[in-house]
Design a protein around this ligand. Structure first.
Ligand code: PLP
Length: 460
């Protein structure tokens, strides 16, 4: 029997390696996977996880630089979260949303306390896409308008409205012409759609483009603008100074609801409770999921401004979910707040990001011909790989699949072989480890990615 040793030096048995064959067989025969051609994938069976590491059935350890889709902010098997879920399950495992419940109320209060001023109420959902569905529904009911503006480079989830608002190629197979979604270009200085050369120019021109889009679509038809505070899977695009404040002003000028999608960056990823705290702009609705309880039990939601919430004081809100504010999920959320405060999670994210990650990844741009751009904040960074630093031709094409994606596949395989589980998407690798990662682990993982970039250099 193989053992794994956790970060406290305690040894635990792994299931027998033979068990892996059954996991693979069941998965191959009966599990229908997301976003995949079913016969072309070979998912790794994972046996156990602890902190920033998980193990396969052969006892190989992987340092998790993806946090499982940027979800596990407090890492695998956090004892406080596990205990909170167990205790709640022993007391009251579930109760319908129309009944008042202690942990649901406590979590809503804790969220409101750290949300920007004037956002006091929370509608709970089961994940990020649903949070965006409901935010849009609120904005439509509130304004009586229908269109929603979103960025081309965006991901807002895979349910009907959320996938229509998504700008990236994941929407192509799901697009419906009557979704009410209108796309615009957001700021992206490295590949500026506005031919800008400075962040200030990028912000100014991106705002002028957004205002023109609003005017040409007809302001009186637009319910909301939805923006990821830092664009996540489309490249960790940190907005230039002034951009989000400018969006706020445009929303005020035209009576449009500003929805900040914080599904990926909320709850600590940028070293702030909400990512928007780093940018000094106040949205009307903030959507969240993932980090609120590290995904231990599915949970998401919408934080609602007083202005919008009070419109529903007498007008019934037209929506609801059986599992809204599930007690097990909320118990894990309350425990998350305790851990964040006790262990100074936000402070360590800011420290590790600025002191370790930023200087390391910036040095890669000098050292590796395949590195075109690096950008990020807190423990959320992207390294964009190119064939040629001058032309900025992406190492793999946008929406690359199959053989086209081979160079990124080779990079990821080299990282995995050396014990790091990377998060790669198109021509980028994203650095998003659990926020509890130790300094040693972080340095070691970055070293592995540095070595793996040499594989990309050879192709570039
Ligand atoms: N919004 C953003 C910014 C996301 O990154 C994601 C998922 O990665 C979603 C929404 C969708 O969340 P979920 O997969 O929980 O539905």
């Amino acid at each position: 029997m193989t053992n794994y040793t956790d970060r406290h030096g305690v040894s635990h048995p792994l299931p027998a390696p033979e068990a892996e064959a059954q996991v693979r067989a069941d998965d191959r025969s009966h599990v229908f996977h997301s976003w995949s051609a079913q016969a072309l994938i070979d998912p790794l069976p994972v046996a156990a996880g602890e902190g920033s590491t998980f193990w396969d059935y052969q006892g190989n350890a992987y340092l998790d630089f993806s946090s499982q889709l940027v979800n596990l902010n407090l890492g695998h098997q956090h004892p406080d979260l596990v205990a909170a879920i167990q205790q709640q399950a022993g007391r009251l495992a579930t109760i319908q949303p129309s009944i008042a419940n202690d942990v649901r109320g406590e979590l809503a209060r804790l969220i409101a306390e750290v949300a920007p001023e004037g956002l006091e109420k929370v509608f709970f959902t089961n994940g990020g896409a649903e949070a965006n569905e409901y935010a849009v529904r609120m904005a439509r009911q509130f304004t009586g308008r229908r269109k929603v503006l979103s960025m081309y480079r965006s991901y807002h989830g895979s349910t009907s409205t959320a996938i229509s608002l998504t700008g990236d190629p994941r929407r192509w197979a799901n697009d419906t012409v009557d979704s009410g979604a209108v796309r615009f270009f957001g700021p992206y200085l490295y590949r500026s759609p506005f031919h800008a050369e400075t962040p200030e120019q990028e912000a100014e021109r991106a705002l002028a483009h957004l205002e023109q889009t609003i005017q040409l679509e007809g302001p009186q038809t637009i319910a909301a603008i939805i923006i990821e505070t830092v664009v996540g899977t489309n490249g960790v695009l940190v907005p230039p100074p002034g951009y989000l404040q400018g969006v706020r002003e445009l929303c005020d000028r035209y009576g449009i609801v500003y929805i900040a999608d914080e599904v990926m960056v909320g709850f600590g990823r940028l070293g702030e409770w909400f990512g928007i705290d780093a940018f000094d702009a106040r949205p009307d609705l903030i959507t969240f999921a993932k980090g609120v309880n590290s995904g231990y039990v599915p949970l998401g939601g919408v934080v609602i401004s007083d202005r919008i919430a009070s419109a529903f004081d007498t007008m019934p809100f037209a929506g609801g979910l059986t599992y809204s504010g599930h007690p097990l999920a909320c118990a894990a959320g309350v425990a998350t707040f305790e851990v964040f405060r006790r262990d100074g999670i936000l402070e360590r994210v800011r420290d590790l990001g600025a002191r370790i990650v930023e200087p390391t990844v910036r040095s890669w741009a000098e050292k590796h011909p395949s590195v075109g751009d690096v950008r990020g904040l807190g423990l959320f960074w992207a390294v964009e790989l190119v064939r040629d630093q001058e032309t900025r031709e992406p190492l793999v094409p946008f929406n690359a699949a199959g053989a086209d994606a081979a160079p990124m596949g080779a990079f990821a395989a080299a990282a995995k072989k050396a014990g790091v589980w990377p998060f790669t998407h198109f021509n980028r690798t994203h650095i998003a480890p659990p926020l509890v990662i130790s300094e040693d682990e972080l340095v070691r993982g970055l070293g592995v990615l540095d070595d793996a970039l040499s594989v990309a250099d050879e192709v570039a």
